[in-house]
Design a protein around this ligand. Structure first.
Ligand code: GLA
Length: 740
């Protein structure tokens, strides 16, 4: 891996074994993009790639050079207001009302390693040789604003991390109205766009379409990264599959308002921009102040979607997630939410925990309802002290009882929220985000605390710190159950109201940072009504996230499949819940519910006391299985083989680093009669090793399994009268493959 600067042609070539990223200083001082893709040879000068022609009529050009129009150049961080009419990466409102800027190269620096981004989550390195960073310094002479563009290339894999920093070295304040993290111009538009979209209980479904002229974008203006559109998009070539072909994934390490966009102009070039959503964004930059954008990560792979996903998985698992839990298999847990909702006493919780312990569960989690006067969702949020009617000896009393049983104890918080019926709100009614003289919308009867204010974050920190330091707490589920409305802070002046959304999320990051520093061994799981804030920003603080409130196995197959495009299996909170399922009323078998939930952190969201003896025996076996294989499942190399978005069957698998163990998971939605013979070609095995299949006792070389496939045909391919026919929809099975 290296970053080379060619002085003569003012060209930068960032490359490793997989990719080349080539940019240069253009003759007008702007930065141009020359190439991004599979690694190519270096050369002194790539300027033949800068194509500029005198075009008829409409193109606006620089004085003295009729060929030089920014409209037709591939630019790195395009500005607003000169001769480029595509969407810019930056727009700056100046004191005189002008929004025009021109950033020209002044200097650069190449360093080993990768710097931290102050106050923001970002990928990191442990050793300087893991990455190299180029910092380009540009300046807009009129305003005196300096722009630093950061590019970090990681060794080995096709990963580039980018961000931008603005420093006001001028003599007047300016307003940043748009400050993207990444802008990338591609020379053609022959791509399929993929987005990961949904709603509450149906998050991150894969939606794709051919890229067309015009703008295609997804984003959020809800104050969180949202259930609706994940801050992740993919551009793949039309012929790219899961296992072959070129693909680029763009991921934004940010948990607030984002925009992920691709603009195809009428000459069929493509501009990708990702960053903070400019809608409602207006950051006042006083003289001497700086503004750092979030980090965007782009991954290039020529080994299909699986190749791209594996690169993201390893990067986010090892160099975004931090701390004690990063490399550790996650505890099997039992959460009481769907078992009791708000209706519990200490003894009832202990009863649930005792049965869980008997089954092999390691962590008992007390969800919503333990604090203040929280007996329903109208009251209590903000009062982070135990409800003595339910928990007479406080959280400490319950935590001690759970610990005495030999289990760990975990607790739910929703730190950013308040109910009007709470002591916190009564004491500080102006601490919620609200606009003067206007009504405030609520979501689930709750209001959003103004986390842009330090005193608010401090107060919540103090309450949480007290609980966490008094009791033995090993896990926190951090929830966020509504989107933001009336985003206005009474603590900020009029000309800083456009900063509130971003300051809010910085406040959230600050609280996470302080708590994870004070309690480094606590395992944090993020949550936002399920998957409303499942993004890389959260993963920096919380190694796992509750991916959806929908615990139905069939729905979860889709959600987990879509989520796996970017996020590692170790990050996906997934549990077995009761049937009929509480979201859908659907009935699926206990083994299918577990077969789906295994692909994540695993746990139970029910009262095991209510299961039959036969079911308890099955649960015990499931937990034994998960403990044996969780390292492989959560940290192995994951491959998607058949998509639930394409047909009736879903198959995915995971392979150990040494390729001697593999698990193949097969799910079928609808039962079929007189079905076709089916097989699935496996991935990632050693072609020369013989794998024993524990499911049916067969033995096959890796090359057989990868080329002619694993036979998955079952009795459904026979006559319907066959007595062995497993007459269920939502059937599933696991193939354990082992090579000596
Ligand atoms: C959200 C979460 C659930 C549960 C409830 C509690 O909906 O996603 O898992 O914690 O809040 O109110």
């Amino acid at each position: 891996m290296s970053i080379i600067f060619h002085e003569g042609s003012k060209t930068f070539h960032l490359f490793n074994e997989e990719i080349s990223y080539i940019i240069c200083v253009l003759s007008n001082g702007h930065i141009g993009n020359l190439y991004f893709g599979k690694k190519i040879h270096d050369r002194e000068d790539f300027s033949y790639l800068i194509e500029s022609k005198q075009r008829p009529m409409t193109a606006c050009v620089y004085e003295g050079n009729r060929k030089y129009s920014l409209e037709h150049l591939k630019l790195e961080y395009p500005v607003y207001g000169t001769s480029d009419y595509r969407n810019p990466a930056v727009e700056i409102l100046q004191e005189n009302g002008s929004r025009i800027s021109e950033f020209k190269y002044i200097s650069h620096e190449i360093t080993d390693g990768k710097p931290e981004l102050a106050g923001l989550p970002a990928t990191y390195v442990e050793e300087p040789e893991e990455a190299q960073t180029l910092c380009l310094r540009l300046k807009d002479e009129v305003t005196g604003i300096v722009l630093e563009l950061l590019y970090s290339i990681f060794s080995g894999k096709g990963i580039l991390a980018r961000s931008a920093r603005f420093i006001n070295e001028g003599i007047a304040p300016v307003h940043l109205l748009n400050a993207m993290s990444l802008s990338l111009d591609l020379p053609d538009s022959d791509y399929v766009w993929m987005q990961f979209s949904g709603v509450w209980a149906r998050e991150r479904h894969i939606i794709e379409r051919k890229l067309e002229q015009g703008i295609q974008a997804v984003g959020s203006i809800r104050g969180n990264s949202s259930h609706e559109h994940n801050p992740f998009i993919v551009l793949r070539r039309p012929s790219t599959t899961e296992t072959s072909g070129e693909v680029m994934g763009f991921s934004l390490i940010y948990s607030g308002n984002h925009r992920m966009q691709a603009e195809v102009d009428t000459h069929n070039t493509t501009r990708v921009t990702t960053g903070i959503n400019p809608q409602n964004f207006d950051w006042k930059l006083d003289c001497g102040e700086s503004f750092q954008t979030p980090e965007a990560v782009v991954v290039f792979s020529n080994q299909g979607l699986n190749g791209m996903s594996q690169t993201f998985h390893k990067l986010y698992q090892k160099r975004l997630v931090r701390g004690y839990w990063r490399d550790r298999p996650r505890p099997v847990l039992n959460n009481n939410w769907e078992a009791t909702y708000f209706d519990f006493t200490e003894d009832r919780l202990v009863e649930i925990a005792a049965k869980a312990k008997e089954c092999g569960v390691e962590l008992f989690v007390l969800d919503d309802g333990w604090f203040g006067k929280r007996s329903n969702d109208y009251t209590g949020l903000g009062d982070w002290v135990a409800n003595k009617e339910r928990l007479p000896f406080g959280i400490k009393g319950l935590a001690d009882r759970i610990e005495e049983m030999g289990m760990k104890f975990g607790l739910w918080f929703e730190p950013e929220m308040v109910n009007k019926d709470s002591d916190l709100y009564r004491a500080h009614p102006d601490w919620i985000l609200h606009a003067p003289q206007r009504a405030s919308c609520h979501g689930r009867n709750q209001y959003v605390l103004d986390f842009s204010r330090k005193e608010v974050v401090d107060c919540i920190y103090d309450m949480m710190y007290k609980i966490l330091s008094e009791s033995k707490i090993s896990y926190i589920k951090w929830d966020m159950n509504r989107s933001i409305t009336e985003c206005y802070s009474v603590a900020l002046p009029a000309d800083r109201q456009g900063e509130v959304f971003h300051r809010y999320i910085l406040g959230v990051y600050n609280l996470y940072d302080r708590l994870t520093t004070a309690f480094p061994q606590i395992l944090f799981e993020s949550c936002a009504s399920g998957g409303g804030r499942f993004d890389p920003g959260m993963l920096y603080y919380a190694p796992q996230g509750w991916i959806s409130d929908d615990t139905d196995a069939a729905e979860r197959v889709r959600i987990q499949y879509g989520t796996s495009m970017c996020y590692p299996i170790s990050s996906m909170g997934s549990h077995v819940s009761v049937v009929p399922n509480h979201q859908l009323n659907r009935i699926t078998s206990l083994h299918t519910r577990a077969n789906v939930a295994y692909f994540g952190t695993f746990g139970y969201e029910l009262d095991l006391n209510k299961l039959t003896d036969e079911e308890i025996a099955e649960v015990k076996a499931q937990i034994v299985f998960m403990k044996e294989y969780r390292e492989l499942i959560q940290f192995g190399n994951f491959y998607r083989l058949k998509s639930p978005f394409d047909g009736n069957e879903t198959v995915w698998m995971t392979v150990s680093e040494d390729k001697r163990k593999a698990l193949v998971f097969w799910y079928r939605e609808r039962n079929v009669v007189n079905a076709e013979f089916t097989r699935v070609r496996l991935q990632g095995l050693d072609p020369d090793l013989i794998y024993k299949n524990e499911y049916n006792g067969t033995e096959n070389y890796g090359d057989e399994l990868m080329n002619l496939g694993l036979l998955t045909t079952d009795v459904t391919a026979g006559e319907p009268t066959n007595e062995d026919l497993p007459c269920t929809d939502y059937e599933s099975r696991i193939y354990v493959l082992t090579a000596e």
